[in-house]
Design a protein around this ligand. Structure first.
Ligand SMILES: *[C@@H]1O[C@H](CO)[C@@H](O)[C@H](O)[C@H]1NC(C)=O
Ligand SMILES: *[C@@H]1O[C@H](CO)[C@@H](O)[C@H](O)[C@H]1NC(C)=O
Ligand SMILES: *[C@@H]1O[C@H](CO)[C@@H](O)[C@H](O)[C@H]1NC(C)=O
Ligand SMILES: *[C@@H]1O[C@H](CO)[C@@H](O)[C@H](O)[C@H]1NC(C)=O
Ligand SMILES: *[C@@H]1O[C@H](CO)[C@@H](O)[C@H](O)[C@H]1NC(C)=O
Ligand SMILES: CC(=O)N[C@H]1CO[C@H](CO)[C@@H](O)[C@@H]1O
Length: 548
C-alpha cells in the first residue's frame, strides 16, 4: 500500500494535465462527434471522413463541434511484435495517422478510445499494463483526446475493484503528464460504480470515484450509456426506450453538480439526434438540458443526413453560449413534482438561466415566482427565450406553457440588461441516494424537518444565504441543530447551530459542533459526519460557496 500511495503522489506532482486544478487547458466543456451510440462497432475511415466533411459544410465545426472521436472496435485483436496497438487496416486503409491528419487539416481535434482494463468492452486489447506504450503510440498518431473505458479490469497486487480503477485512471493521468501535450481525458470510471451498475450497493464508491476523476481529467462518464440506435448487425433502428434513457442520464447528472467546475465536466453521454422515435421537442429538450448543465455536447448521429431543422437547433448560438459559459456551472433543481422540473444557474455576465422541462405527456401552463429563481421579487427583469430569440419583460413571476416533453430555456437579466443580478441560491435540497427532498413539516405545533418525495411545495424550496443560514420559502425560520435534533427556529446569524457549510463531499455540515445533516427514517437528524454515506450526501442549489 505504501508504494501505491507514493506512486500516486508522484503522479499528482509531475502532471500538467487540465482538470479542476488547471482549468485553462479545457476552460469549457468539449463539443464534437462520436460514432458509438449511432453505429457501435460499424465504424470505418469513410464514416469519419464523410462525418468531418459534413460537419464543415453544415456549419457544425464553426458552431464549436470540433472534436471527432472514434469509439471501440477500431483496432486489431493483437498487438504487434513491439507490443504496440494496431489499427484495423481493413477499416482504416490509409491508417489512423492519415485520418488524424485529415481531421487536423480541417480544424478538428482527433479522439480515440481505449480501455483501462486488459481488454476493451468489445474484447480488443486493453491498455492495462501497457499505459505508457499506448500513450506514446497515440501521441505519435496525432491523438488529442482519449476516452478510457473500464471493462475487463484485472485486479492486481491485492487491489480491490475500486482500488484497481483508481490506480489505473491515476496512472494514465501520470503517463499523459509526460507527453508533450496531455490528451483531453474522458474517464468512464464512475459509470462502473454508478447506481444502476450496483443496484445492491450503496453510492459510496460512486462518490469517491467522482471525487478523484475531477482532479484527474477533463470529463467523466458518470453513469449509464445512452441507449444506442441499434444493436443489430444490419443497423436497423430499434425503437423504444430512448426518451427514458435520456431522462435516466439526466436523473444521474442532477445528483452530481457539486463535482463540476471549470476544467472538469460531468458527462451524461451523447446527444442522440437522428433517432426516429424522438420528437423534435424531445431532441430539443435533450440539447437544452445538456447545455443548461454545461455538459459535453458530443453528437452521435449520421451527420451527412441531418435535416436542416436539426442543424438549426444544434447551432443555436444563444444555447451553445449557455453550455460554453465561462462560469461552467451545472444548472441545479429549484423543484420537481413528477411532471415539471425547474432548473437554474448563474451565467458569467451576471444573468440567470431558467430551464423548465415538462416530463409528462400533456400540455398545461405553470407559473414560477422570481423568488424561486433566487431573485428579488420586487425588481423588474427581462427574459430572453433562447429558442425564439424573443425578449419579454418580467415582474413577480414567469409563466411557462409547455407541450409534452418540451423544454423552455430563458436568459433572465435586469431590465436595463447591464448590471449583475443579485442571487440567493434557491432550490430543493435532496438526498442523492434516496432522492427524497428536505421538507418543512408542520404537522405538530412546532416546525420539524423530514425527508419526503419531492413535490415542488414551498416547504421544499430552500434559500441559502451567504451567511450559511438555510430557510424554506414556507416560513421565515432557519434550519437549526440542537442535541442532534434538526428543527426550524427563528433565524439568527449569531447562532452557530444555524450556520451550515457545503462542498464537494455533498455533506451539509453544521457550524456548532461540526455534525452532518442526515436523512433519518422519521425525520432529519444531525450526526457525526461519515465518509460519503448514503444518508448524508445531498444536492443543493448551485451558487452556494463550496467549503468542505
Ligand atoms: C462504413 O461504415 C458505414 C456505417 O456503418 C457503412 O454504411 C459503410 O458501408 C461502411 N463503408 C465501408 C467502405 O466499409
Ligand atoms: C484479463 O483479466 C482477466 C481477469 O483477471 C483474466 O481472466 C484474463 O485472462 C486477462 N486477459 C488478458 C488478455 O490478459
Ligand atoms: C458502502 O459500501 C462500501 C463498499 O462497497 C462498504 O465498504 C461500506 O461499508 C458501505 N457503507 C455502508 C454504510 O453500508
Ligand atoms: C435486420 O435484422 C433483424 C434481426 O436479425 C431482422 O429482424 C430485420 O428484418 C432486419 N432488417 C432489415 C431491413 O433487413
Ligand atoms: C458582473 O460580474 C462579473 C463576474 O463576477 C464581473 O466580471 C463584472 O464586472 C460584473 N459586472 C457588473 C456590471 O457589475
Ligand atoms: C408546464 C406544463 O405545461 N406542464 C404540464 C406538462 O404535462 C403535465 C402532464 O399531464 C401537466 O400536468 C403539466 O401541467
Amino acid at each position: 500500500m505504501a508504494t501505491l500511495t507514493s506512486l500516486l503522489l508522484t503522479a499528482l506532482a509531475v502532471s500538467v494535465s487540465a482538470t479542476v486544478e488547471n482549468p485553462k487547458t479545457q476552460p469549457t466543456p468539449p463539443m464534437g462527434f462520436n460514432n458509438w451510440a449511432r453505429f457501435m462497432c460499424n465504424l470505418n475511415e469513410t464514416l469519419f471522413v464523410k462525418t468531418a466533411d459534413a460537419m464543415v459544410s453544415k456549419g457544425l465545426l464553426a458552431a464549436g463541434y470540433d472534436n471527432i472521436n472514434l469509439d471501440d472496435c477500431w483496432l486489431l485483436r493483437e498487438r504487434n511484435a513491439k507490443k504496440e496497438l494496431q489499427w484495423d487496416p481493413e477499416l482504416f486503409p490509409h491508417g489512423i495517422p492519415w485520418l488524424a491528419d485529415y481531421l487536423h487539416t480541417r480544424g478538428f481535434k482527433f479522439g480515440i478510445y481505449e480501455n483501462a482494463g486488459n481488454m476493451t468492452c468489445g474484447w480488443y486489447p486493453g491498455s492495462q499494463d501497457h499505459e505508457e506504450i499506448d500513450a506514446k503510440t497515440f501521441e505519435s498518431w496525432g491523438v488529442d483526446y482519449l476516452k478510457l473505458d473500464g471493462c475487463h479490469m484485472d485486479l492486481q497486487k491485492g487491489r480491490s475493484y475500486y482500488e484497481e480503477f483508481e490506480y489505473r485512471y491515476k496512472l494514465w493521468h501520470k503517463v499523459m503528464g509526460n507527453l508533450k501535450k496531455p490528451f483531453i481525458f474522458s474517464q468512464s470510471a464512475p459509470a462502473y460504480f454508478s447506481p444502476n451498475f450496483h443496484l445492491d450497493k450503496n453510492n459510496t464508491d460512486w462518490y469517491r470515484t467522482m471525487e478523484y476523476v475531477r482532479k484527474n481529467g477533463e470529463l467523466a462518464r458518470h453513469s449509464d450509456d445512452i441507449k444506442v440506435y441499434s444493436t443489430l448487425a444490419n443497423q436497423t433502428f430499434e425503437p423504444g426506450g430512448h426518451w427514458d434513457s435520456m431522462m435516466n442520464n439526466y436523473g444521474m447528472e442532477v445528483r452530481l453538480a457539486r463535482y463540476q467546475s471549470c476544467g472538469f465536466y460531468n458527462d451524461p453521454d451523447f446527444l442522440t439526434i437522428d433517432w426516429p422515435d424522438l420528437s423534435m421537442d424531445e431532441k430539443k429538450t435533450h440539447f437544452a438540458l445538456w447545455s443548461s448543465f454545461s455538459a459535453p455536447l458530443i453528437l452521435s448521429a449520421w451527420i451527412p443526413d441531418l435535416k436542416k431543422e436539426d442543424i438549426e437547433y444544434l447551432t443555436n448560438k444563444d444555447i451553445i453560449a449557455v453550455d460554453q459559459d465561462a462560469l461552467c456551472e451545472q444548472a441545479t433543481l429549484v423543484s420537481q413534482d413528477g411532471d415539471i422540473d425547474v432548473l437554474t444557474k448563474n451565467l458569467a455576465n451576471g444573468d440567470r438561466l431558467l430551464t423548465v422541462l415538462n416530463r409528462s405527456d400533456k400540455t398545461k401552463s405553470t407559473t414560477i415566482s422570481l423568488t424561486r429563481l433566487g431573485l428579488d421579487s420586487s425588481g423588474f427583469y427581462k427574459a430572453k427565450d433562447l429558442w425564439t430569440g424573443k425578449t419579454s419583460s418580467v415582474k413577480k413571476a414567469i409563466e411557462v406553457k409547455l407541450r409534452t416533453h418540451q423544454t423552455t430555456i430563458l436568459r433572465i437579466s435586469t431590465s436595463e440588461g447591464k448590471n449583475n443580478l443579485t442571487i440567493t441560491p434557491t432550490g430543493q435540497i435532496f438526498n442523492t441516494f434516496s432522492l427524497n427532498c428536505l421538507t418543512e413539516s408542520t404537522s405538530h405545533s412546532s416546525s420539524s424537518v423530514k425527508f419526503t418525495g419531492c413535490n415542488a411545495a414551498d416547504e421544499q424550496v430552500w434559500q441559502i444565504a451567504s451567511t450559511g443560514l438555510v430557510s424554506p420559502l414556507s416560513s421565515n425560520k432557519c434550519l437549526s441543530v440542537d442535541d442532534g435534533k434538526v428543527s426550524l427556529e427563528r433565524c439568527s446569524e449569531k447562532d452557530k447551530s444555524q450556520v451550515w457549510s457545503y462542498g464537494v463531499s455533498g455533506n451539509l455540515v453544521n457550524g456548532a459542533k461540526g455534525l452532518c445533516l442526515e436523512e433519518g427514517s422519521k425525520s432529519a437528524v444531525a450526526k457525526k459526519c461519515g465518509y460519503d454515506l448514503d444518508s448524508q450526501v445531498f444536492a443543493l442549489p448551485g451558487g452556494v460557496k463550496l467549503e468542505n
